[in-house]
Ligand binder design. Structure first.
Ligand code: IPT
Length: 971
């Protein structure tokens, strides 16, 4: 159906069928996205997307609402993203997160995606929505709910069973998305179908997803993200069945090998986004902005792997070489795989991703680099329409220039970098540069792996920029003059040429800058060194006046740009500016400070208030206002004491009453994996999809049994524990993801039966606790890995032919959720979980007291520890709190941690991952109230607990108001 849409006109003004989704007030900033609340017409050509005919450049940040279970913090992260120079967020929607059971969907509370899209609408940003149905994303099942394993028909194809299942999901999610489209005054700009759906698969399926979207009212361009083999997409999908309008490419040039952060420099290629359709703009659908920690080295190494140096070189190289105008960075904020959200092969609890904004919502040096680049990309309108152009030639073979220019304005964008991309030397040269305003010899220098985008022939507000060897961060017309922020590599020379009809007046307010004016050409040339922050005021000369701020990477980092009804505002200082408004002579900011310090504001105003408080200011020679802001108050976090403990796992005792458990007696399964023995014991086949599962098997002993041979599949990082007649026999590692040929002997464990434990003719009970670490994804569309079972796949007695009969118990209620607020992925089937031990308000008064956890011995099995703590953190201040385990992950046990009933982490040995800090997001954590912490410790061998404490990952005065997330208590 979408083929009927023309290549150019892809969306029409929506009819009045749905109300505008935008909230009460939508900022109408000058030049900002979605300035109008009315629906806009979306079109595109080979250069860019256009709204009502106006070209836009999309600078997108990927974030996942399902990895931040506190809706008020969505706003915090979105404001940080917007302030960092992004105008767009790219969002996966995770089917599994919303659907515990076929036909059952939840979009409330932490799952309220309508609220999320409303926030984005109100913030004047755009959204790229990616509802799958398959999303990959290192989330359990790649976004497929585990109940899909029980649906016949190959997933990610036109198979009827799968079609009926995903139609159900799209029936729910599409209408929510549709009412937030830009065509209806909302934020949704593009709709992504599927995820890296490689060529030679089912074109009719790709088409059906698009037809479904159109039928559900999606009228914005349909896009998809292509991986690895984009070329085959071009030929196979060109414009035939299943072709999308704007295909995008996923580029991960740095790989995921965080251990080699120092040496990696594009091991997976140059990272230039390929253009797939000649009639559509280049779209970097997922450009690497961090990494999964495949080697368990810790995310700080992943942040180094993808740090500012990488960002400068690869992002700028990509922008100019590919000429793309649609970018999205994966991830910009990663978040947390809370509950059983993780796909276990690639990730653990933290999905920090080494991103620009940490899991604890702190801004990093990568954020500063995004800000410098994003401000540039979104401020210079001619960038949205460029063609390859003749590049200046360099007299130094070590340096290479690549150029694009805007065919209407002539403005040139020149990428300057080392010819050998691996070169780290310091090279100077002279460019022979034919700019729109004449031919120049321009001295340049590249230090190390730097790359710069230089601009020539640009109408910078009311000024004419002939060329500059400094990079432009941003510029804005403020109070009738142009304020421009430029920068270059610390301690290198810089030169900027501006043109004036008559000799202008040049006043150097700060720093050392020399100027020369050539009346023949009208060129005013400024020469300086990039050092500190020089300030130059230019007036007269036949143009409105200008203030140039000439800095370095470091000295322009503290600049913030905000759009207001009265035009843009620039701020220098603070650790974040969230929003700005100008009314009369007053500028009001919402801003964060991590320390006391100066604030400087460039705004058409004489008065300043920050976070509602007036700030004393004085005017400066630069025409700005300067004042001082207080830092945050000191944060005191209590010690964690008053623990109480209770041993569980009564399921291990022979007399335990399991009469209400489900009988496991199926003899067939849809799974492509053959069970090792019957009956089928796959947990999913009995409706237990997430977390731990208990099995109890009964048999009549012959007395000849010598051992027990089990198989279990847990997914990577998982294990299972075995008891016979109440005696602990030991543990084994569970089976992990297979290649498409299933392993016939997964997760094997042989357990010797001690003499005398069984008596001939007497009943015996086997109890097995199997972890389910999450479900494999379906990246290869083989329909096999994704259907790999979880739980026991076989159980046999050695030395006896006695038959076993089984019962199984997982999360309370199974697919019929008993805790709808926390959702399907929060709990598994531990006894304590089934009986509310993880919840606030559970009466643990009879549990034994433990002074401190450090040094406390734990026996094999499951033991719980609970405590409560009060917090009274400074208000109007954003403190990011984490739970810290003092020791590196121990081998003998692992800990599942619950904060106020929310499962926020898995810590421990056996390959669980290197993580020792677990973020406790505000909203789940009561910053001014009482909190309950519950730790479920599963020990495979006798071991000792280490110390745990609360730590602050950062605190800033400011923040956003955070309301408590509904967290039902024990009843
Ligand atoms: C790309 C996926 O599209 C995305 O969902 C996520 O899994 C990401 O990888 C890795 O974090 S696939 C790309 C590596 C080929």
């Amino acid at each position: 159906m979408n083929r009927a849409f023309g290549a150019v006109l892809v969306a029409i003004l929506a009819t009045a069928s749905a109300p505008s989704a935008a909230g009460a007030t939508r900022a109408a900033p000058d030049g900002a996205p979605g300035a109008a609340r009315a629906g806009q017409v979306v079109t595109y050509d080979q250069h860019s997307v256009m709204l009502d005919g106006r070209r836009i450049l999309v600078q997108g940040a990927e974030m996942h609402y399902f990895r931040l279970p506190s809706p008020d913090l969505w706003r915090d992260v979105l404001e940080k993203i917007r302030a960092g120079g992004f105008n767009t967020v790219s969002l996966y929607f995770d089917w599994a997160y919303h659907s515990p059971k076929r036909g059952v969907y939840d979009f409330t509370g932490v799952r309220d995606v309508d609220r999320l899209l409303r926030m984005i609408d109100e913030m004047g940003m755009w959204a790229i929505v990616r509802p799958g149905p398959y999303i990959n994303a290192e989330t359990t099942g790649g976004g497929f709910p585990a109940w899909l394993k029980l649906v016949p028909g190959k997933a990610r194809t036109s198979a009827p069973g799968y079609t009926a299942a995903y139609t159900e999901w799209l029936d729910h999610i599409n209408p929510i998305i549709a009412r937030h489209q830009v065509t209806r005054g909302g934020s949704v700009l593009m709709y992504n179908v599927e995820n890296e759906y490689q060529a030679n698969t089912d074109a009719a399926y790709m088409q059906a997803l698009q037809d479904k979207a159109r039928a559900d009212g999606i009228d914005v361009p349909i896009v998809t993200n292509v991986c690895c083999d984009a070329g085959s997409w071009a030929s196979t999908w060109g414009s035939g069945l299943g072709a999308v309008q704007i295909p995008g490419v996923d580029d991960y040039p740095q790989s995921f090998d965080c251990a080699n952060a120092e040496t990696a420099w594009g091991p997976w290629g140059e990272g230039v986004t390929e253009r797939i359709r000649p009639d559509a703009p280049g779209y970097a659908a997922e450009y690497q902005a961090g990494a999964i920690d495949l080697g368990d080295t810790g995310y700080e190494r992943c942040r180094e792997l993808t740090g500012p140096e990488y960002m400068r070189f690869f992002y700028k190289n990509n922008a100019i070489t590919s000429g793309s105008t649609l970018f999205s960075y994966y991830m910009t904020f990663g978040g947390t795989n809370w509950g059983w959200l993780a796909q276990p092969n690639d990730v653990y609890t933290s999905y920090d991703y080494g991103a620009a904004i940490t899991e604890g919502r702190q801004l990093t040096a990568k954020y500063d680099e995004f800000k410098r680049q994003g401000y540039f990309l979104t401020a210079l309108a001619p960038l949205a329409k460029t063609d390859p152009a003749t590049a200046p030639t360099s007299d130094s073979p070590a340096l290479t220039a690549v150029a694009r220019s805007n065919p209407d304005t002539g403005t040139q964008f020149v990428l300057l970098r080392h010819t050998d991309r691996a070169a780290a030397s310091d090279d100077s040269g002279v460019l022979d540069w034919s700019t729109p305003d004449g031919r120049y010899r321009v001295p340049v220098r590249v230090v190390g792996k730097d790359a710069k985008i230089l601009v020539a022939g640009y109408d910078l507000g009311g000024q004419r920029l002939v060329w500059s060897t400094s990079e432009i961060m941003t510029h804005a017309a403020i109070g009738g003059r142009d304020v421009a922020v430029l920068y270059g590599t610390e301690a290198t020379g810089g030169a900027t040429v501006l043109r004036y009809p008559a000799r202008p007046r040049v006043r150097v307010l700060d720093g050392e800058v020399t100027s020369t004016y050539d009346p023949a050409t009208g060129d005013l040339r400024l020469d300086y060194r990039h050092e500190g922050l020089a300030r130059v005021e230019i007036s007269g000369g036949g143009r409105r006046s200008a203030l140039l701020l000439l800095g370095t990477h470091a000295t322009v980092s503290p600049f913030w740009r905000m759009e207001t009804d009265a035009g843009p505002v620039l701020v220098r200082g603070t650790s974040l500016v969230r929003s700005a408004t100008v009314t009369g002579a007053a500028v009001r900011l919402r801003a964060d400070t991590a320390a006391p310090g100066q604030i400087e504001v460039f705004a058409p105003a004489r008065r300043l208030s920050v976070n509602g408080q007036p700030v004393g200011v004085r005017p400066t020679p630069s025409g700005s206002l300067v004042g001082r802001l207080p830092g945050p108050d000191r944060v005191r976090l209590p010690r964690l004491t008053g623990w109480r403990t209770q041993v569980e796992a009564p399921e291990a005792a022979p007399g335990f009453d399991d009469s209400r458990w489900v009988v496991a007696d199926k003899t067939t399964s849809l799974s492509p994996y053959q069970p090792n023995t019957l009956p089928v014991l796959y947990a999913d086949d009995y409706g237990y999809h997430y977390g731990n599962v208990w099995y109890r098997g009964r048999f009549t002993a012959t007395g000849t049994e010598t051992a027990l041979k089990l198989n279990a599949i847990t997914g990577r990082r998982g294990s299972y524990l075995v008891w016979l007649n109440g005696r602990y026999l030991g543990a084994a590692r569970g089976g992990v993801e297979d290649d498409s040929v299933p392993n016939p002997d997964p997760g094997p464990g042989t357990f010797a039966i001690p003499d005398g434990l069984l008596t001939a003719g007497k009943p015996a009970v086997l109890s097995v606790l199997v972890e389910n670490m999450g479900h494999n994804d379906d990246w290869t569309v083989d329909d096999v890995r994704m259907r790999q079972p979880r739980g026991l796949t076989g159980a046999a007695l050695i030395g006896s032919g006695a038959a076993l009969s089984w019962r199984i118990q997982g999360a309370r209620g199974g697919e019929d959720l008993t805790d709808r607020a926390r959702g399907p992925l929060n709990n598994g089937g531990l006894y304590g979980e089934r009986h509310g031990w993880s919840l606030p308000g559970y009466p643990d008064g009879s549990w034994r007291r433990v002074g401190s956890l450090a040094g406390t011995p734990v026996a094999p099995g499951v033991t719980w520890y609970r405590t409560t703590f009060g917090l009274d953190l400074p208000r109007g201040q954003d403190t990011s709190v984490a739970l810290r385990f003092a020791e590196p992950p121990p081998a003998g046990h692992r800990v599942m941690l619950f904060l106020n009933g929310w499962q926020l982490g898995l810590y421990g040995g056996g390959g669980m991952g290197p993580q020792t800090d677990f973020v406790l997001p505000a909203g789940l954590l009561r910053h001014n109230g009482t909190n309950t912490l519950a730790l479920a410790v599963t020990a495979r061998e006798a071991s000792e607990l280490g110390a745990v404490s609360l730590v602050s990952l950062g605190t800033q005065r400011g923040g956003v108001p955070v309301l408590p997330v509904h967290s039902p208590a024990f009843r």
